[in-house]
Design a protein around this ligand. Structure first.
Ligand code: AMP
Ligand code: MG
Length: 307
């Protein structure tokens, strides 16, 4: 038990970007598995999923903090699979997932952070952004034409626009942190070769083919530009209030474990507890209990039911 825990603490530290100024994407091996094998990782994940369910129940009951999980990564990096597996034990009432797609006409009529606001998790909830406002310093930066679609006044589109957006994102996330939202960000770091394999798999498998989009091929062609944009984004927006984790993504079973460990660590650090019932309320509850016990079921005998 302690060894599994210290094992996960090790990953979190290894993949969290605590020194952004000197961070390099190439320092993280996409195929890393932290010396674990798949079976060990899967049984560790099963334990984590249970623990997450318990922590989420406390988060919900306490109703003070919220948790925002941001998932970014190239196509086929495993974002959907993280959502499906890591959150599998969590009560759906306390968790909301939103996938950010190409912005609508209404969204393009506003600033780039506007569409994220209504999707932020309420107190007590976990919110997952599958892609996010970070697309506005990634695909929008890399793919020609997208910035023009954002209808900004010409005089505001200068060389420093990306640095300005990084500043705005840092300020936005600091605001969230100060309002009680923990922000955890994950870049699922996939190798170009593993993406090739996963794309081939998608093309071959009728159950996955629908996921394939010609846009994915276009983005793949700009692989190096995408990696440069990711690296600069991580260096510019990893902060103590909202750290990036660069997670090896060539082995999905390992990716899931790292994300789950980081989420657990963040929730544990909040020291969540079920709200205490005061002495006066306890007295009232005892009265209610007595009254309920005195109420005979219409069929006759008193019976306690345990679900
Ligand atoms: P998927 O995540 O595979 O469903 O694809 C969603 C698509 O929407 C991706 O190609 C993203 O790059 C694109 N997208 C998301 N946000 C934006 C944005 N702000 N501007 C342009 N494209 C975006
Ligand atoms: Mg896609």
């Amino acid at each position: 038990m302690t060894s599994a825990k210290s094992e996960s603490a090790k990953f979190i530290k290894r993949y969290r970007v605590d020194a952004p100024a000197s961070f390099r994407l190439r320092s993280i091996d996409c195929a890393d598995t932290g010396d674990l094998d798949k079976d060990d990782a899967q049984s560790m994940l099963a334990g984590d999923v249970k623990q997450l369910a318990d922590l989420q129940a406390r988060l919900y009951a306490e109703d003070r903090w919220s948790l925002l999980i941001v998932l970014q990564g190239m196509d086929a990096a495993g974002k959907d699979s993280v959502v499906a597996h890591v959150m599998s034990g969590v009560n759906p009432q306390g968790c909301e997932v939103h996938s950010f797609k190409h912005p609508s006409a209404e969204e393009l009529d506003h600033d780039f952070l506007w569409r994220a606001a209504p999707r932020l998790p309420a107190r007590g909830r976990i919110g997952i952004f599958n892609r996010s406002y970070y697309e506005d310093v990634l695909v929008v930066r890399v793919r020609p034409g997208l910035l023009q679609q954002q209808k900004l006044p010409e005089s505001l589109i200068g060389k420093s626009i990306w640095e300005e957006r990084f500043q705005d994102i840092r300020a936005f996330e600091r605001h969230l942190a100060r309002s009680g939202t923990r922000v955890l960000k994950f870049f699922l770091h996939l190798s170009k070769e593993e993406q090739r394999r996963r794309f081939l798999d998608r093309l071959d498998d009728p159950a996955k083919r629908w996921k394939f989009s010609m846009d994915d091929v276009t983005e793949r062609k700009r692989w190096d530009q995408n990696m440069a944009a990711y690296e600069e984004m991580i260096r510019s927006t990893s902060t103590p209030a909202a750290p990036w984790h660069v997670v090896p993504a060539d082995h999905k079973w390992f990716t899931r474990l790292v994300v789950a460990s980081a989420v657990i660590e963040a929730l544990e650090s909040l020291q969540l507890a079920f709200p205490k019932v005061g002495a006066a309320d306890l007295k009232e509850l005892r009265k209610v209990r007595k009254a309920l016990e005195a109420e005979k079921p219409s069929g006759g005998k008193l019976r306690h039911r345990r679900d």
